[in-house]
Design a protein around this ligand. Structure first.
Ligand SMILES: [Zn+2]
Ligand SMILES: [Zn+2]
Length: 469
């Protein structure tokens, strides 16, 4: 039998609703994308993320009449007395912080391996091998940020629903809905995140030593979620009902305070960034940019370098490794971080004799397998001093998209050095240290296919599996 959820793969997770600047059509885009094409008029646009956390609003799926229906059904199912018809249902937006991060898991396990008997009289035996496995995965969690309340869910939970978020603005607030104040700032949420993640760590039992779960590159956004709220005296007790404005789920509990006190508190001073949608064009000459999603473009008309993720440490030039060759090649992008003296010394100890560089290099394209990304980073970091770099003023054919920005790459660099420390010195002597590069630049290195591998065309020393790209 086919499970229904497998059969019809519904959209799930968070989507951002935007308006096409050219024709006004309503569009939506997955959170981790930033270039989209309007299916209505064909124009390309991109989302410009603000420097401060963006705020979103999720509009309710139904009005107060349907909310009332959900409430009545809840009371019937839970044998609660019928609610008076005059009860007022108030629409509220309750703020949640949504935290995204990269999760690193270190799992210590013991593997048993059979060892062949040396002679006929000996029995076959097994040996135990200690293994520390490291994996990276995306992580997200939501935390209530409004006035504390025992009825409003503390988090949005592991929703599989499809949630359409609109950039927060006065125009996007529904009529008759009240916004509750944000009382927790992002710093408080980062502390919660640490606790939340320590909880994950304690669930899995290590075969030896201690397992570790740590997060990197945390990013926050604020999401206003819709609820209907109602109160009624039931057997002399004030009872509060919360109706989820998306699913219609109802929660209720008796409360001491009145609903008004929820909104009495004033907002902490919070400065949210405004997300904007702009035409996907060269900022200098206005010509359309390629529709392939990338964080870095060179305008084919005016040669202006366009970088969609700002970074103060980034050089204004791009580079290419090696001169032009005949072969059909693909140019893969890499971020190169110039290290401080102390970091360079540490890297020489960590990476050993092969590493004589002042740069740490991280792939600027997404590789799902962390161990493969880590190995490629290590190899290309060691090879970089032997590679001549030329300034690049145009993308020819075969240039790959930059899908990992300098911010994420910097977090990956921090994880890579931590990973190396862990394997050299063991978990007890290793901890993550803040990665503080001196400068960042982007270069493209040519690779060609040899069977199942990409081999770098300059040194023929760096390889990675074809399936990774
Ligand atoms: Zn359009
Ligand atoms: Zn241009």
């Amino acid at each position: 039998m086919i499970m229904p959820e497998i059969r019809d793969k519904k959209k799930s997770g968070f989507y951002i609703g935007v308006t096409c600047p050219a024709c006004g059509a309503e569009l939506e885009i997955q959170e981790n994308f930033f270039v989209l094409t309007c299916h209505h008029c064909g124009s390309a646009m991109r989302i410009a993320m603000p420097d401060s956390p963006p705020a979103y609003i999720i509009r309710s799926k139904f009005g107060p009449v349907e909310a009332r229906f959900h409430l009545d059904r809840h009371c019937k199912q839970n044998n609660l007395p019928l609610i008076s018809s005059g009860i007022s249902l108030q629409g509220i937006y309750y703020p949640y912080w949504k935290a995204n991060a990269i999760l690193l898991k270190l799992r210590n396990r013991i593997e048993e391996r059979p060892v062949a008997a040396e002679n006929d009289y000996e029995q076959e035996r097994t040996i135990q091998i200690k293994k520390s496995e490291i994996s990276l995965s995306p992580f997200f969690a939501t935390f209530g940020a409004g006035p504390p309340d025992n009825v409003i869910p503390y988090s949005l939970g592991m929703r599989t629903d499809y949630l359409r978020m609109l950039p927060y603005s006065r125009e996007n607030i529904e009529e008759e809905f009240r916004r509750l104040p944000v009382l927790k700032n992002w710093e408080e949420i980062e502390n919660n995140l640490q606790k939340n993640i320590s909880g994950i760590s304690s669930v899995s039992q290590a075969d030896f030593g201690k397992n570790r779960t740590e997060y990197f590159h945390p990013r926050g956004s604020l999401v206003y979620f819709p609820y209907y709220i109602a109160e009624e005296e039931i057997s002399g007790k004030r009872t509060r009902f919360i109706i989820d404005g998306i699913t219609g789920r109802v929660t209720s509990a008796s409360v001491d305070d009145h609903v008004i006190s929820l909104s009495a508190a004033t907002d902490a001073v919070l400065d949210f960034g405004r997300l904007t949608v702009e035409p996907h064009r060269c900022t200098n000459c206005g010509i359309d940019l390629p529709k392939e999603e990338s964080l870095v473009y060179i305008c084919r008309n005016c040669q202006r370098l366009i970088v969609l993720e700002k970074n103060n440490l980034m050089r204004n030039n791009l580079y290419r490794a090696g001169s032009l060759t005949e072969r059909r090649e693909r140019f893969f992008p890499f971020w190169s971080f110039r290290l401080s003296d102390s970091q360079r010394k540490e890297m020489q100890i960590l990476f050993g004799g092969i590493y004589q560089s002042e740069f740490l290099v991280v792939p600027a394209f997404r590789i799902a397998n962390f161990e493969a990304m880590y190995r490629l980073s290590k190899r290309i970091s060691s090879a970089l001093p032997q590679i001549a770099l030329e300034e690049l003023d145009n993308f020819g054919s075969g240039y790959g998209s930059v899908t990992v920005g300098p911010g994420e790459a910097s977090a990956l660099a921090e994880i890579i050095t931590y990973r190396e420390r862990l394997s050299r010195f063991g978990p007890n002597q290793s901890s993550p240290t803040k990665f503080l590069p001196q400068e960042i630049f982007l270069f493209f290195a040519p690779f060609h296919l040899e069977n199942y591998f990409y081999v770098d065309s300059v040194l023929k020393a760096v390889t990675f599996e074809k399936s990774l790209a």
